[in-house]
Ligand binder design. Sequence first.
Ligand code: SD4
Length: 341
Amino acid sequence: MPSRRKFLQSTLLGSAAVLTGDTLWARPYKLIEQVINEPIVISTWDFGKAANVGAWEVLKKGGRAVDAVEAGVQIPEADETNQSIGYGGLPDRDGKVTLDACIMDEHYNCGSVMCLEHIMHPISVARMVMEKTPHIILVGDGALQFALANGFEKINLLTAKSEKDWKEWLKTAKYEPVKNIENQLYDKNKGQMPGGPNNHDTIGMLAMDAAGNFGGACTTSGMAFKMHGRVGDSPVIGAGLYVDNEVGGATATGVGEEVIRIVGAHLIVELMRQGYPPEAACKEGVERIIKRNPTRAKEVQVGFLAMNKKGQFGAYCLQKGFTYAVKSNKEEKIYTAQSIY
Ligand code: SD4
């Protein structure tokens, strides 16, 4: 008599179901089968447009996706007018600018730095952790010592503007992240930051190169005026960023605590593995956050961005206002993500 396992294997083989050990996983969506090798880069927020240009320089020459994302996110890291990433980022409540970043390549290699001070390009330190150490994560002083030992320059990341904003914040010292702009100096009446409307958040970037391989990077100064030592989702592999070269990649922006709880980026990649289109996978991630705490979900912003191996991309967020930038041979565009609220 055929065993139960053999019976299931023979009857379900044609219906895109797989048998793993004794567990049967039925896939409700069509699997991604065709891979189109066209380079493309996508990244969070409207400032992602300039970052994508940096990545495209690598992609258009047939370079690797991981090189492209590193080069791309270095642009906002060095931009002192961007107060949520790298140099010029808003400090923690003690006045220290602490940076978080991570990177992944097409072989599940990953590197991350957390709470790193004094270094302009945390993404490149994360890459060095990935390539030159037996580890994945270095934090705080250990990360700084590693960076300095490898030739990175020690600089002051706190610009006069960010110091002024921090001193202003100290007058009330209220930690109340504002939706879309996790900065307590956002002027709700004017609808903009004191420094202008473009002070958004973290950059998460995903690229597919001409060989069809994926890379991803995520870098941030984290939530403005956070507790010293606080680390968000951005440098946490699987939360702020995940790349699986069989499936695609995902990245997150917004209040990191909510993203970590559901291991957001990994969840979205796994949903795409099951056949969810990128936008549907991102929506499912956002709904998971709502399910956990509907009241909290109304108060904060979280946005997810994802791309699959076909080069299809999509995003979803809790609150209106999350934008993302796309660059490929076909288009260079900023999209507004759909939102729940
Ligand atoms: C963090 N996710 O540190 C980052 C910050 C961010 O929108 O993306 N804010 O939690």
